[in-house]
Design a protein around this ligand. Structure first.
Ligand code: DOR
Length: 430
């Protein structure tokens, strides 16, 4: 593998520009470096960060390769600056057994663009009725570290309790899609003024907040690690603050998506199902609180909930459209817009919420590491001043359902390195 010499980058956007030599998969040297045999990357004006880790990606393989494959999703991830992604279990068939999680893991290795970690289902078939064989999946070659029925809530408190208890013995994390299903029957959009005005059945904030509160209590009793997926309401921030204060650090963690940081239910005016997502886009007040909570650490990290869907499932009537939006290639830009340009986070903060905390939550030893000599060269180079215009058709995903179509966004990923190998540069693979 050719060595790579990144010239003149500012690590974490701090201090003077330095050269970073990457060889044999690690950061070999940082300083003023000459390396005649290395490929030289001019990184003037750019910020060097640890590669991003996404705890929440839908790669759709097996089953819906017409919308995304492990290879195309991995390409989108690498171009978006990611070096590791967690592939959710709501595939077809569901990843609720060792055969499927090993298949996903192997296909991820074959694609070789990011480390693909399969998430195992908590319950058989995501039906919420019977625990899946968590132990078999954890001990399989795929070494499953995270379990989730995402797309569905583990609504039965006894099943959730058992899952949390088993998870402690296995040393894994349960990630909850917090949605009390009895409160969201027929729901189409955030319950509130907008939904009432436009005639959508509402998805109340309390459906999320009540499950988060319940599960924090269950996790405390089980001494288990609980992760809350896609936090979307101001009230959930209050519950998390309470639970983290009460439980001490470490037991509870939470993620927010880029779309819940930037977009609001004002978008519903267009009736365009590209804006339909679960949990739904909330109010501007919620988005403001989510940003503040992420800056403060009450919400630990950003996760994309990258959810590709076929044209016929999005370009249709709102009520029958599937929820979800692409996110891997736009995450850094949305975080730049909402968190960096607003002064809420500096680049070290971005490294924390997009790389270090997600790696810690999932227990990854070789991701989210400091950008220092001797560390694994999982890195991303970002041009903080550049802007780009999002075009769904130009993204690496098979599906094109981006809510940012035509938007000009700041922050461009110019280079991604996975263990010292260039996986993406300037919006393209390799
Ligand atoms: O909007 C969503 N889409 N939310 C989820 O929880 C699932 C996801 C999907 O799989 O499409």
């Amino acid at each position: 593998m050719t060595a790579v010499l990144i010239k003149g980058a500012r690590i974490y956007g701090e201090g003077d520009p330095v050269d970073v030599l990457v060889s044999d998969g690690v950061i070999a040297e940082i300083g003023s470096v000459e390396a005649p045999d290395a490929e030289v990357i001019d990184a003037t004006g750019q910020v060097l960060l640890p590669g991003f880790v996404d705890l929440h990606t839908h790669l759709r393989e097996p089953g819906r390769e017409d919308t995304e494959t492990i290879e195309t999703g991995s390409a989108a991830a690498a171009i978006g600056g990611y070096t590791a992604v967690f592939a959710m279990a709501n595939t077809d068939p569901v990843a609720d057994n060792a055969v499927i999680v090993e298949h996903v893991w192997r296909r991820g290795r074959e694609a070789g663009l990011v480390d693909v970690y399969p998430v195992g289902a908590v319950t058989v078939g995501l039906k919420g009725e019977k625990l899946a064989e968590l132990g078999t999946m954890a001990k399989s070659a795929a070494n499953v570290r995270m379990f989730s029925d995402d797309g569905h809530c583990v609504a039965d408190p006894l099943i959730m309790r058992r899952a949390l208890e088993y998870s402690t013995a296995l040393g894994v994390v349960v990630a909850q899609h917090a949605e009390e299903p009895r409160l969201t029957v027929g729901a189409q959009a955030n319950e509130g003024v907008q939904a009432s005005r436009l005639g959508y059945a509402g998805w109340p904030a309390s459906a999320e907040e009540s499950i988060v509160a319940r599960d924090c209590i269950l996790a405390k009793h089980a001494g288990a690690r609980l992760h809350i997926c896609h936090v979307s309401t101001a009230g959930t921030v209050d519950v998390l603050r309470w639970a983290k204060d009460r439980h001490g650090p470490g037991l509870i963690s939470a993620e927010v998506t880029p779309h819940h940081l930037l977009l609001t239910d004002d978008r519903l005016e267009t009736y365009d199902p590209v804006n339909k997502v679960n949990p739904p886009l909330r109010t501007a007040r919620d988005a403001t609180r989510l940003r503040a909570a992420l800056a403060e650490g009450v919400i630990d990290c950003v996760a994309t909930d990258h959810a590709p869907h076929a044209v016929q499932d999005k370009d249709c009537e709102w009520a029958v459209a599937r929820p979800g939006m692409l996110g891997l290639q736009t995450a850094l830009s949305v975080v730049t817009e909402t968190m960096v340009r607003t002064g809420l986070l500096d680049w070290r903060g971005v490294a924390r919420v997009m790389s270090e905390r997600p790696a810690e939550i999932a227990g990854l030893a070789d991701q989210g590491r400091p950008v220092e000599a001797g560390e694994p060269a999982n890195l991303v180079l970002v041009d903080p001043d550049a802007e780009w215009t999002v075009r769904g058709a130009e993204l690496a995903s098979v599906a094109e359902n981006t809510p940012y179509e035509g938007m000009r966004l700041p922050g461009v990923v110019t280079l991604t390195l996975l263990r010292g190998r260039v996986t993406a540069r300037e919006g393209k693979i390799g």
